[in-house]
Ligand binder design. Structure first.
Ligand code: HEC
Ligand code: HEC
Ligand code: HEC
Length: 432
């Protein structure tokens, strides 16, 4: 997981200084929200149920739970370019978890990115997004966390390289990339749009993966949702803007909703880290909330400067040779499920024609899918997903490069060619 998100520096500096001086938490917007014309989401019988729903929307489980271990007991390793972080135990255990925290301390952490003892948190904890969460929602999440059975387990210390093990360096990062503040509804937009923006920018922390990241582990707000390579994970999160070639511009609201909540759609299926997001988080959201997210995503302006151009396949004899070799492999190994015309048999067998998640600048997504195959997640609305077999054993590096080149450039697709060396490099990457 990377250190991400953006802000306008001048304000962030002021906030860091204020926070350093120990000046209290602003709580003004608590009442404002009650009056604002935007939805506060589904209604639940108890505060704990509401908190559970919100914790699912925030996908806390993804980092704070080792698969197969008790929920929120922590110590899941999160590799970053700076070393490995271990997400702590956040069960209600008083000694090793957060059982002795107060709701104020919890909100302060979500809102300011400072731990209970005031320490600056690493932005792998997505506080840069969670700062948008309202006080009411933070309190509900806290009440739910306190209802989760305590698990006594000491936190494993982070293993970060010098100088990143020094938390005071985070002041610089925060100055550049963190803007504290609850979500402020845009009064010119509908209640639905505001609800979607609140979920996508806040609890959903979608920009953590879907924004390009620079060497400092930060990204500028100007590039939010333009897509990017996820450091250490070797997956590419595509653009979510309305760019027609590389974003969601041509998608229907229904298709975006299906993809997010069910995991399959007429346009594509979720795979890699996005499959986990659907599995752990989005499948549990109500239709209304998922629709609100889709409405917001559809409205993201197209700021892309370097949309993939027309078909980037060079017109040399070698390239023609690779393309026809790719077609041969495709017809033999892939066409039965994805169709000779690349249109697939949606929603279970996704189309590869006009599927922008495989046409991005980096070809990691289609190469890894061909090497490892995969299943979309089993979800409430699609409990028995259809899968794709792995081809790592069956196909040589040259064949994989050829077939991936083929699917990235056939049928009017706008990706570029792939080399056998690129395919080979990804063989050794293990599936998370
Ligand atoms: C993308 C991974 C990720 C997600 C998602 C995530 N966390 Fe964290 N969280 C971390 C990491 C890493 C740390 C440790 C940060 C540090 O040591 O600076 C952390 C720290 C914490 C802490 C302890 C802060 C302290 O003072 O020690 C709490 C409490 C917490 N997270 C709660 C949550 C809740 C609640 C959610 C969901 C709304 C959540 N986290 C989602 C990665 C994550
Ligand atoms: C842990 C990283 C991660 C997070 C967090 C994440 N995504 Fe993704 N997302 C990906 C990756 C990788 C892909 C490409 C694989 C695929 O298409 O399923 C993707 C694909 C998508 C797609 C399909 C795009 C296309 O062109 O086919 C949509 C839509 C999407 N994500 C929306 C979201 C939303 C909304 C959120 C927040 C609720 C989110 N993502 C959070 C990593 C992430
Ligand atoms: C048995 C049917 C089957 C065969 C054969 C098959 N696939 Fe797939 N393919 C699928 C299914 C099902 C998915 C969705 C998997 C997921 O979401 O994890 C998929 C997903 C993909 C994706 C990701 C696109 C997306 O939106 O999910 C790519 C790229 C892909 N296949 C390429 C290929 C190539 C290239 C071949 C031949 C080498 C191939 N497939 C053979 C069934 C198949």
């Amino acid at each position: 997981m990377a250190f991400i998100i953006a802000s306008r520096p001048a304000r962030a500096v002021a906030l860091v200084v204020l926070a350093a001086a120990g000046i209290g938490i602003p709580t003004r917007s608590y009442t404002q929200f009650a009056q604002a014309a935007w939805s506060t989401g589904p209604v639940f019988a108890t505060q704990v149920e509401r908190g559970k729903y919100l914790a699912q929307a925030g996908d806390c489980i993804a980092c704070h739970t080792v698969p197969g271990k008790p929920i929120f007991s922590g110590n899941r390793p999160l590799p970053t370019p700076f070393g490995t972080l271990y997400a702590p135990n956040i069960t209600s255990d008083k000694k090793t978890g957060i059982g002795s925290w107060t709701a104020d301390e919890f909100y302060n952490m979500m809102h300011t990115g400072r731990g209970r003892d005031g320490k600056l948190l690493y932005p792998a904890m997505p506080f840069a997004s969670y700062t948008k969460v309202t006080r009411q929602d933070s309190d509900a999440i806290f009440e739910y966390m306190m209802s989760v059975p305590p698990v006594q387990q000491e936190n494993r210390p982070h293993e970060l390289k010098f100088p990143y093990n020094n938390r005071s360096l985070l002041i610089g990062w925060r100055t550049l990339y963190f803007e504290e503040g609850e979500y402020q509804p845009d009064k010119t937009k509908s209640a639905e749009w505001n609800r979607g923006a609140y979920l996508v920018q806040g609890l959903g922390h979608c920009s953590m993966c879907h924004t390009p990241i620079n060497l400092l582990g930060g990204s500028s707000e100007a590039k939010a949702f333009q897509g990017g390579l996820i450091p250490m994970q070797h997956w590419y999160a595509p653009s979510l803007t309305s760019n027609r070639e590389a974003g969601l511009g041509e998608w229907d609201i229904k298709d975006i909703m299906d993809l997010l909540q069910i995991g399959i759609s007429r346009r594509a299926t979720v795979y890699g880290p996005m499959a986990e997001v659907t599995y752990n988080s989005l499948q549990y959201l109500t239709d209304e909330d998922v629709r609100a997210m889709a409405v917001y995503l559809k409205s993201l302006p197209d700021k892309e400067t370097s949309a993939p151009g027309p078909n980037r396949m060079p017109n040399t004899p070698e390239a023609v040779q690779v393309f026809s070799e790719g077609r041969r492999v495709y017809e033999a190994k892939c066409a039965s499920c994805h169709g000779s015309d690349g249109k697939g048999y949606p929603p279970h067998y996704p189309p590869l024609a006009n599927n922008q998640s495989i046409e991005t600048e980096s070809a990691v997504n289609p190469i890894r899918m061909v090497l490892n195959g995969g299943y979309p997640p089993g979800t409430r609305k699609n409990p028995y997903p259809y899968g794709m077999p792995p081809f790592a054993q069956e196909l040589s590096d040259a064949e994989i490069a050829a077939v991936v080149t083929y699917i990235r450039t056939a049928w009017g697709n706008r990706g570029g060619p792939v080399t056998a060396r690129e395919a080979n490099a990804l063989r050794s990457v293990t599936m998370e």
